[in-house]
Design a protein around this ligand. Structure first.
Ligand code: F6P
Length: 377
């Protein structure tokens, strides 16, 4: 029988993390009589053996609290910044896992954390992972916790931007998070009635966006709300990025490829660096093309902050308690995924390194088109 469990939170914080820590901790202790500790600041805390006991006192009153009581970091086990260098510190983590006589380690995180969890699994640690991120981009799960809260915040922001855009007859471009996927921008855009929604999965034609706004203006709608995912790109940039990515995958002649691959990496880095100003550039293009005034709102980390929604608290509690049950059954090496009303244990190998993007025929995409939203196509 399992007695000792470690928990850590890694990657960007997400509403519902504390609800999940509480669920794992309470179910593990109260239902199954296990002892639970939490490592601070993600994999770094596991490496440095910084931990706290997650007894009843630590787990009380945290259900509604945003962020993570354990702290988090983006440090990866095999590329840990140590003394100015990136080092593989997985062995130190394995050592600390055994130092505490742990029977299981629960990692709460997004796509990057799934890869790290798999690394530790390969080193013999009994890992279980729970999918959290406001981006909703973890593969093999219906949804991630944190997404619903961010969706609510982003939708409310779009609602609020409507009245000021309307009053000033302006275009307001609102940039939403989501990393390289468009779940958040698409969901909030549809829910908030944005007139234009731009997502990474559908590279956009700026002239078609301008045309849609001009048509609105002609029929008396002199304002427009444009919801843009932070990873959205115009077709021209997306084509260059796709070419560079294909070059990186090319397995041909190694010598010839070395230079081409270095060029591809440099190209992708440059695109990434320029991406932070793409909404401002789009605003200038739209002002020129439509004659309307444009403003940019970057919603940023507001989308990740504060108390989780009821749906996220419920989801995190479902996943956390299911995780404790799996530990009790001796299951490990899995991510606890959401499947409809239930949960499912998915081997980490099937999740790590994959990303859930918005499929072209997703119902939200189709609905957006049906209500006349411009997707920049
Ligand atoms: O993965 C969550 C997320 O909020 C992304 O949407 C965003 O691209 C990224 O994290 C921002 O990261 P950071 O908080 O490290 O700047």
């Amino acid at each position: 029988m399992t007695h000792y469990v470690g928990v850590l939170t890694a990657g960007g914080d997400s509403p519902g993390l504390n609800a999940a820590i509480r669920a794992v901790g309470k179910a593990a202790a109260e239902t199954f009589g296990m002892h639970v500790i939490g490592f601070r600041d993600g994999f770094r805390g596991l490496m440095e053996n910084r931990y706290v006991h997650l007894g009843d006192a630590a787990l009380s009153g945290i259900l509604t609290v945003g962020g993570t009581i354990l702290g988090t970091s983006r440090d990866k086990p095999d590329m840990m910044p140590v003394g100015g260098q990136l080092m593989d510190m997985t062995d130190a983590m394995v050592e600390n896992y055994h130092r505490h006589h742990l029977d299981a380690l629960v990692c709460l995180g997004g796509g990057g954390t799934m890869k790290s969890a798999l690394l530790l699994k390969k080193k013999g640690i009994n890992v279980l992972a729970l999918p959290k991120t406001i981006d909703n981009d973890v593969a093999m799960t219906d949804v991630t916790f944190g997404f619903d809260t961010a969706l609510g915040i982003a939708t409310e922001a779009i609602d609020r931007l409507h009245s000021t855009a309307h009053s000033h007859h302006r275009i307001i471009i609102v940039e939403l998070m989501g990393h390289n996927t468009g779940w958040l921008a698409l969901g909030a855009g549809v829910a908030g009635g944005a007139d234009v929604i731009l997502i990474p999965e559908i590279p956009y034609h700026a002239d078609r966006v301008a045309e849609a706004i001009t048509v609105r203006s002609r029929i008396g709608k002199r304002f427009s709300i444009v919801a843009v995912a932070e990873g959205a790109m115009p077709v021209e940039t997306a084509a260059v990025a796709a070419e560079a990515r294909a070059e990186l995958k090319n397995n041909g002649d190694k010598k010839k490829n070395k230079k081409a691959k270095a060029r591809a990496v440099a190209c992708l880095t440059e695109i990434q660096e320029l991406q932070w100003q793409h909404t401002t550039q789009l605003a200038h293009r739209l002002e020129e093309a439509t004659g309307l005034e444009a403003r940019v709102t970057i919603l940023g980390h507001v989308q990740r902050g504060g108390t989780p929604s009821a749906a996220d608290r419920l989801l995190a509690t479902r996943l956390g308690t299911a995780c404790a049950e799996l530990i009790h059954q001796g299951v490990s090496g899995v991510m606890v995924a959401v499947r409809g009303d239930g949960t499912e244990a998915v081997p980490l190998e099937e999740v790590a390194g994959k990303r859930k993007v918005v499929p072209p025929g997703h119902p939200w995409v189709i609905s957006a088109r049906h209500v006349g939203t411009c997707l920049g196509e």
